[in-house]
Design a protein around this ligand. Structure first.
Ligand SMILES: [Zn+2]
Length: 325
């Protein structure tokens, strides 16, 4: 009786470990040796690198962090900082508008965010026009239009992305071949809005932050498949952010076991429209090296060598007209 129950227990254990193996085979893929080696050394363009003013790291600190991690270019989200621009030169991807967008939200609420006559926005339109003309900025962002369930609770909100204030940002960017980086989550309204904006302003590239902050790659795929001038970036989708920020859910796209199969398939289907980002937000900038290491070992190494180079830097070089210093 005892030995029978022991063997039953053994069989149950075997079955459950086979099941776990099948499950991990379904979730995880194995990287190939060539991809692993390339991922360690490929230069990176970090298109979600916040250099906040309010919790300032010196421009030199950013420069050293980038050098230490093989990050050749960084930025594409706020805050725009002239000292960082002076320090990094062509390695900076300068964007304006994030602090102003927050200021309007906190002062005038959701209705302020859609009003092109808002004084803060009017100043920003005028200032950005000058900066574009001088070649000092390349775009706008990060604009949180619909982050109702992502990001810090105090800044959560939802507005229509296609609104008169946003159209003005797209119109300015369109004249300079610039970009707008948007943090949003997928729904029917957002899909409709972003497709309309990208049709009406074909020279503006939309960068979707965090590839829409989702586990479901069908959402970014639904949009990327319909427009060449919409791309997405992979920041905050892995285990490092979940753990450092105590986010009460599992990672969306990658963990120490690697890049999830649905994300590999998604990126290999749209290799010209996916970029890398670190998102050292919310006081986790000290973990910059850990974040970049995660991108190299748990994201890039699971892609084909051709796709690795595109996602790591070639797409960004093309979209943001990046140059070596
Ligand atoms: Zn961000």
């Amino acid at each position: 009786m005892q030995s029978k129950s022991r063997s039953m227990h053994f069989i149950t254990k075997q079955v459950s470990s086979i099941f776990l193996l099948m499950l991990s085979g379904w979730v995880y893929a194995q990287p190939n040796p060539q991809s692993i080696e390339l991922s360690k050394i490929v230069p990176i363009a970090d298109v979600h690198m916040h250099t906040y003013r309010q919790n300032p790291r010196s421009a030199k600190w950013w420069h050293e962090m980038m050098d230490a991690n093989g990050v050749m270019w960084g930025g594409a989200v706020g805050d725009y900082r002239e000292d960082v621009q002076a320090e990094l030169g062509n390695r900076y991807i300068p964007a304006v508008g994030q602090p102003e967008f927050f200021r309007v939200f906190f002062k005038d609420g959701r209705s302020g965010l859609t009003d092109p006559e808002n004084e803060t926005f009017k100043d920003l339109y005028a200032r950005s026009e000058i900066l574009f003309k001088e070649g000092k900025i390349k775009g706008f962002g990060e604009f949180h239009t619909d982050n109702h369930s992502s990001g810090p609770p105090g800044i959560r909100r939802s507005i229509r992305t296609d609104n008169p204030a946003m159209r003005k940002f797209y119109e300015i960017a369109n004249r300079y071949g610039g970009f707008v980086q948007i943090h949003a989550e997928f729904d029917g309204d957002f899909e409709k809005d972003i497709l309309n904006l990208s049709t009406d302003y074909p020279n503006t590239t939309t960068v979707l932050s965090h590839c829409l902050s989702t586990k479901d790659t069908d959402y970014p795929a639904a949009i990327l498949s319909k427009r060449k001038n919409i791309v997405c970036e992979l920041s905050s989708l892995g285990a490092v952010h979940v753990s450092l920020l105590n986010i009460p859910r599992s990672p969306h796209a990658f963990d120490s076991g690697g890049l999830y199969r649905n994300w590999i398939k998604f990126i290999e289907t749209y290799p010209d429209q996916v970029l890398l980002g670190s998102d050292p937000c919310c006081g986790i900038d000290a973990a910059y090296s850990e974040i970049i290491t995660e991108l190299r070992s748990n994201v890039l190494s699971y892609l084909s060598p051709v796709t690795i180079e595109k996602v790591a830097n070639k797409n960004a070089v093309r979209i943001f007209s990046l140059k070596n210093n």
